[in-house]
Design a protein around this ligand. Structure first.
Ligand code: SF4
Length: 327
């Protein structure tokens, strides 16, 4: 998930010692146990900073998985894999790192957490296929609920429906990315992700289950998915799914993401490479004029369909469950 959707995130790895003086093999080889195709690594710290370039409303997050089989070209979490000694391209898509102790660590860190709302699953979709095997999310939700810490889950996967009861009880928000409804685009830039139709059905089911849900129109791809008719068709389909809030996010290209995306762009649309170079600054942010224009177009469309547009207000930390039981 995710921001670009669950997606644009290069979460810090300050949790892990990156250099072991006695052993200069890549971190992944020193620390991971490979089991069933997944790389299991015990995490030392699990609440991590989400860089501002991510375009995610929360400043901090927790991710049970690193890397993501949804393989979105514009995923902003890619650079995190480099710090493990893996590459930010194909390795990110195929070598998923699992943190089996995420729940245990999270409980410890939440006991002293007062930093507000957390983003869940921005380093890799937290309901991707690995979750079927490891089932870490019920424990993550339980820990956050118990600590009274508000959170938003970023996902594109229907597996999240397994936990709707837990999410509704915890008062969680779920953000599902649907940046376009053109399957031809989805097949090339999000090859491992569910179709837009499947995600529209997912948000309808979440709304019906009473889970607070919004759609991230993320990432809007400059010159590829930003035409007026494309934006209009996407907002219309989102409105039909019953969602009331849309949050637009234009593609970010931080280091790691930028190389992988531009490599593909140069092959598929070489005539656009120069235009992207003009549009993006060194940090990977689109020009404010372009971003403002796209955001305003989407906001106008949302008004037509009676939907709110933009990031929600940060949720406030609730009284801890243990304190409530004393009342
Ligand atoms: S679904 Fe996975 S690959 Fe796609 S943006 Fe989210 S975390 Fe990245």
């Amino acid at each position: 998930m995710e921001s670009n959707a669950c997606s644009t995130v290069d979460v810090g790895w300050d949790a892990l010692a990156l250099v072991d003086a006695a052993d200069d093999r890549p971190l992944i080889e020193r620390r991971a146990v490979v089991r069933g195709g997944f790389y299991e690594m015990q995490a030392r710290t699990v609440i991590e900073r989400v860089p501002q370039v991510a375009g995610v409303a929360q400043g901090w997050g927790v991710s049970p998985y690193r890397g993501c089989v949804h393989a979105c070209r514009g995923c902003g979490a890619r650079a995190g894999h480099r710090r493990l000694g893996l590459d930010a391209g194909r390795d990110f898509d195929t070598r998923v790192v699992v943190r089996p102790n995420v729940v245990e660590r999270l409980r410890v860190e939440l006991a002293r957490w007062d930093g507000g709302e957390l983003a869940v699953g921005v380093g890799g979709d937290c309901y991707q296929a690995a979750e079927e095997t490891y089932r870490l999310m019920p424990g993550v939700i339980g820990a956050l609920e118990g600590a009274g810490v508000p959170f938003t889950v970023y996902t594109k996967s229907a597996l999240v429906l397994r936990d709707t009861g837990l999410l509704a009880r915890a008062g969680a928000r779920v953000a599902v990315s649907i940046a376009f409804v053109d399957e031809r685009i989805r097949r090339v830039v999000e090859p491992g992700a569910p179709t837009a139709q499947a995600r529209l059905e997912l948000v309808s089911a979440l709304v019906e289950a009473g889970v607070e849900c919004r759609v991230l129109m993320a990432p809007v791809l400059p010159l590829l998915s930003d035409a007026a008719d494309q934006l209009g068709a996407t907002v219309r389909r989102i409105a039909s799914a019953g969602v009331r809030v849309v949050e637009p996010v234009v593609l970010r290209l931080p280091a790691g993401t930028r190389e992988w995306y531009v490599e593909w762009l140069a092959q598929a649309h070489p005539q656009l490479v120069g235009r992207y170079e003009e549009l993006y600054d060194g940090a990977g942010l689109p020009s404010p004029q372009y971003e403002g224009r796209i955001t305003e177009q989407i906001a106008q469309l949302c008004r037509v369909y009676g939907m709110a547009c933009g990031a929600p207000e940060p949720a406030r930390v609730r009284p801890r469950a243990a304190q409530l039981r004393l009342v």
